[in-house]
Write a protein that binds this ligand. Structure first.
Ligand SMILES: Cc1cc2nc3c(=O)[nH]c(=O)nc-3n(C[C@H](O)[C@H](O)[C@H](O)COP(=O)(O)OP(=O)(O)OC[C@H]3O[C@@H](n4cnc5c(N)ncnc54)[C@H](O)[C@@H]3O)c2cc1C
Length: 323
């Protein structure tokens, strides 16, 4: 694989990494962005593209998909080299550069590296009864609602994703049943109240114990604690049991971490020279993990990285409105 050179290599193309790419362009830096996923947008694209987000500055309400589209358009002004479907695996320091190797063998030589890897490489927590059913009626994500039209859908889980999808699929599907192993839910109270008031059937203290069908899913078996199993018709099961986050290879780079997050100072510097971090992955006293916070950290990180790359540069970039 070819070597690639950039002033700034961004690891992670979630909202923080995309905004950082724009900012790198604003600072006149050549930028490359790597992501393990095949699509841009990080957690938003993978987990809630259809959800309305209410707390991004300047947008009273913005659909996840639309926010990512705007970030990608803004980042395009920096003409980033996107390296998708590839993971950053090793990091080595040279004289005035850092070299990051990707899992396909590509080596990226950069003046500085910005880690915006969020919760790391994330994979869905498996539904034990669903083994072998992925793509044959069982899914972990609901990127669009149309495929669920007229179907009997069983959603497993009690968190935000499970309740968001129950709420959005209810008007589309024939029936929606939500199965959760406890009585209490982790989802936002307002969504739980809305789902309770809808036609969604909630089955609690229960587990999906079997998926059945001839080639494609036709029914699921649900077992409520201490009761006999019950069979529900189902052409679709959404396993929304959360994610297993894994910092993976980043943990071997010698970064100072705290509870699977990378410790940074107020300039978003890690303990390694020329290596910065921003977004969900960072840790410092008072850290809040939100998109809005990631945007601010991205601007701080890129402006400080610009000085690490060129010590004659200034941290303050000037105002974009004056450029
Ligand atoms: C259901 C749900 C609803 C949410 N709602 C809101 C909300 O309303 N408002 C809000 O502010 N926040 C919300 N959040 C949180 C928000 O999505 C995160 O704060 C935000 O996505 C963090 O952005 P990020 O770019 O830092 O990381 P991420 O979005 O996690 O992106 C990180 C990217 O890095 C990639 N990556 C990781 N490791 C590597 C590697 N080694 N090599 C290459 N790529 C790598 C990952 O594949 C991923 O694409 C919600 C989260 C969820 C799950």
């Amino acid at each position: 694989m070819d070597d690639l050179s950039a002033d700034l290599l961004i690891i992670g193309a979630g909202p923080t990494g995309l905004y950082a790419a724009y900012y790198a362009g604003f600072r006149g830096l050549r930028v490359a962005v790597v992501d393990s996923l095949p699509e841009l947008g990080g957690q938003i694209t993978a987990m809630y593209p259809e959800k309305a987000i209410l707390d991004v500055a300047g947008f009273p309400s913005v659909k996840g998909r639309d926010l990512v589209e705007g970030l990608v358009a803004q980042a395009a002004t920096a003409d980033p080299a996107y390296l998708l479907d590839r993971s950053a695996t090793t990091l080595e320091h040279g004289e005035d550069a850092v070299t990051v190797t990707l899992d396909d063998g590509t080596r990226v030589v950069a003046g500085a590296v910005l880690i915006t890897a969020g919760i790391g490489k994330f994979s869905p927590r498996p539904l034990p009864a669903g083994e072998g059913w992925l793509g044959r009626g069982m899914e972990f994500f609901v990127p669009s609602f149309a495929p669920y039209a007229g179907k009997d859908v069983v959603i497993v889980g009690g968190g935000d994703s499970a309740f968001d999808w129950a709420q959005h699929l209810e008007p589309v599907a024939r029936t929606v049943t939500l199965v959760h192993r406890r009585d209490a839910f982790r989802a936002h109270e307002r969504t739980v109240t809305a789902v309770r008031a809808s036609s969604v059937e909630l089955i609690t203290r229960a587990q999906v114990t079997a998926l059945r069908g001839n080639g494609h899913l036709t029914e699921v078996e649900v077992t409520v604690d201490g009761e006999d199993a019950r069979v529900l018709p189902a052409q679709a099961v959404v396993a929304a049991l959360g994610f297993i986050a894994d910092l993976g290879p980043l943990q071997t780079w010698g970064l100072t971490t705290a509870k699977r997050h990378v410790v940074v100072d107020s300039a978003m510097r890690t303990n390694l020279p020329r290596v910065f971090a921003a977004g969900d992955i960072t840790e410092y006293p008072g850290k809040v993990r939100l998109i809005a916070v990631g945007f601010g950290e991205a601007a701080t990180a890129v402006n400080n990285a610009a000085v690490a790359i060129d010590p004659t540069a200034h941290v303050f970039p000037g105002h974009s409105s004056e450029a």
